[in-house]
Each structure stands twice: as structure tokens, then as C-alpha cells.
Design a protein. Structure first.
Ligand code: GDP
Length: 320
């Protein structure tokens, strides 16, 4: 971290964006295109199942990517994570092991592994510094996902130490933006509330239900800001520590509800359902390291919600 690192990526380099159809991957793809990269590669999971080691290896042998961004993962909100720990653990372990092993075997110049802020201990000191990793017990609702992602960090660090691979990790906070999943049961809180409050406003419902107590605090990063951070890290960072990517600002779920209600025009009552899990009480990242590299978030939460809502209106097939 103390060594200044400068590695401009040639604009014609072959860059494989794993998970390019997902929320993070699609934003990374858009950003790389806008920055003039001409040789991006992305395959949908129906074309390449990254859980399959042979298929993944064959793909690397054929395409020979020079750079890899691993934004491929099974993701979901608090309830999906809580109900399907087996798939969240198994799918994510297999995807990342296959990618990281193949990247080493085929001599990938740089790999960026995307983790998540849920890898940190449930009661980590806030704002959470990168050094908090593995210093305490995890939040149980997403422990399976977190353990898979922690294994990914350890795998990248092992590749660096044993084989000298220039691979790195970024830990994004809760992401949102265009291309997100708006599934009412499985999605993360921000898109779930956009959908629910929009539907309530459209139907003139007198009340809506929000999960949990509304008191947990969360940090939200607009996904295009994450995409810019990924390129900054690939070009300017080469160290063992995973690097946090967030805004450094958090708010209670209740305040998020107010912001989204304003955006979608909902004025009814909000009922909190404490039978649904709250999850970790607070999760906000210390972003000193990445800001020292010259990156900072540029999209305010209000602006990001407006853009995400507009995308939802244009793309959600049911408009419900
Ligand atoms: P987390 O950050 O890993 O806990 O993931 P989520 O984005 O799924 O949830 C964040 C917080 O929002 C938790 O405290 C939830 O209880 C709360 N929440 C409130 N309503 C909803 C909802 O409709 N969907 C989800 N996923 N979370 C909700």
C-alpha cells in the first residue's frame, strides 16, 4: 500500500468480466466501454457455468483473458441468504475457486475479486477498517455467503504469496442501481422497497410493510461508482489487503424508506414487521484507503435512487 503502483491497462487488452450481466458486472462493463476498452469478454451463465471447473478451464484456454474481474456470484437479500445458506456457500465457493485457479494457470496479468462488506464481523468497530477481517463472529443471516467470500480473499492472498500473482480484492458495501433484482422476496432492501412503495403508491394502498424494526443502519453505493473504483484499483493498487469501497456514510432503514417514499410519491403509513430479521445492526465502511488512491463516490443517495427508480419504470416487465 505504501508503494505507489501505476499499471495503466492497454485499451485493447482482453478483459473478462465474469458476471457481466449482473448488477455490478454490467456497470463495470459500461464503465470499461466508456473508458475506451475495446476487447471485453462476457458470457451469461447459460453459456458458461462457472461452477463447472472443466468448462471454466476450457474457456480460459480458448479466450486467454489478460485481465479478469470477478463479479460473478450468487447474491440475494437477507431472507434469501438466510433461507438458502447451502447454495450461497457452495455456488460462490465453486465460482471463485474455478476462476482464481484458471487465472493463475493461464497467466492472467491481474485479477480483481469482488467480495462484500458482510465479510466483516457483525460487531466490528465502525466505520469498518480492512484490518477487521477475521477479528470476530459473523452476522448469522449471511454467514454462508460471507464465509465463501472470505475464502475468496484467502485464495487471492495465497496466490499472491505462493505464486506471485498480482491479484487483488475489493470489498464493496451494499450496492444498488440500474440492472438490480427487484424480486419482492429475494432482493436487497433498496430495490425491494422501490418496488413495494411504488406499487403501494400506484394502488393507493393506505399502508405498506417493511421488514425488521427499521433501526439497522446501512451504507449504499451506487453501482456506477463501484465500477469506477474497480478500474482505479486495477490500475493503482497491488497489495494483500482487500480494499473497502463505499461512501463512508450510512443511514437507518427508516430514513431510506422516507427517501424512497419521496421518490415514488408514496404518502401512506409504514408498518414495521419485526418477525423478519434485522441483520447486522450497523455496517459502514472506512474508505480512507481507496480515497487515498484518488477515487471517491460521486452519486448522492437521492440521485442514485431517482436513477434506479427510472430504470425500474423502464425495465420492470410487470411495472408492479
Ligand atoms: P443486509 O445488508 O445483508 O442485511 O441485506 P438487505 O439489503 O437484504 O437488508 C438490509 C436491511 O433492510 C435489513 O435490516 C432488513 O430487515 C431491512 N429490510 C426492510 N425491508 C426489506 C425488504 O423488503 N427486503 C430486504 N431484503 N430487506 C428489508
Amino acid at each position: 500500500m505504501n508503494q505507489p503502483f501505476h499499471h495503466p491497462i492497454p485499451r485493447d487488452a482482453t478483459i473478462y468480466v465474469a458476471g457481466h450481466a449482473g448488477l455490478a458486472g454490467s456497470a463495470i462493463w459500461r464503465h470499461l466501454q466508456a473508458q475506451g476498452f475495446t476487447n471485453l469478454v462476457g458470457l451469461r451463465s447459460a453459456e458458461l457455468d462457472l461452477r463447472d471447473p472443466v468448462a471454466t478451464r476450457d474457456f480460459f484456454a480458448q479466450v486467454r483473458p489478460q485481465y479478469v474481474i470477478d463479479a460473478a456470484a450468487r447474491v440475494g437479500g437477507i431472507l434469501a441468504n438466510d433461507r438458502e445458506p447451502a447454495e450461497f456457500l457452495s455456488d460462490n465457493l465453486r465460482i471463485q475457486v474455478n476462476l482464481i485457479d484458471a487465472a493463475r494457470e493461464f497467466g492472467v496479468t491481474r485479477l480483481l475479486f469482488l467480495g462484500s462488506s458482510c465479510i466483516y464481523p457483525r460487531l466490528a468497530e465502525q466505520p469498518i477498517k480492512e484490518e477487521s477481517l477475521l477479528t470476530g463472529p459473523l452476522e448469522p443471516t449471511n454467514a454462508a455467503y460471507a464465509i465463501a467470500k472470505i475464502a475468496g480473499v484467502a485464495h487471492v492472498q495465497a496466490m499472491r504469496r505462493q505464486y506471485g500473482c498480482s491479484f487483488i480484492c475489493a470489498m464493496p458495501t451494499n450496492l444498488y442501481g440500474p440492472g438490480d433484482s427487484f424480486d419482492p422476496e429475494r432482493s436487497h432492501v433498496l430495490p425491494a422497497l422501490i418496488r413495494r412503495l411504488h406499487t403501494a403508491a400506484r394502488n393507493g394502498d393506505p399502508s405498506v410493510t417493511v421488514w425488521g424494526t427499521g433501526t439497522p443502519r446501512r451504507e449504499f453505493l451506487y453501482v456506477d461508482d463501484l465500477a469506477a473504483a474497480c478500474l482505479v484499483l486495477l490500475e493503482r493498487y497491488d497489495g494483500d489487503l482487500p480494499i473497502n469501497v463505499g461512501t463512508g456514510k450510512d443511514l437507518p432503514i427508516r430514513d431510506l424508506v422516507s427517501l424512497i417514499s419521496d421518490a415514488v410519491g408514496y404518502a401512506g403509513e409504514v408498518i414495521y414487521d419485526p418477525s423478519k430479521p434485522d441483520g447486522t445492526p450497523r455496517k459502514v465502511l472506512d474508505i480512507s484507503r481507496i480515497t487515498a488512491l484518488g477515487w471517491k463516490p460521486t452519486t448522492s443517495l437521492r440521485e442514485g435512487i431517482a436513477r434506479t427508480y427510472s430504470w425500474f419504470l423502464d425495465h420492470c416487465p410487470t411495472r408492479a
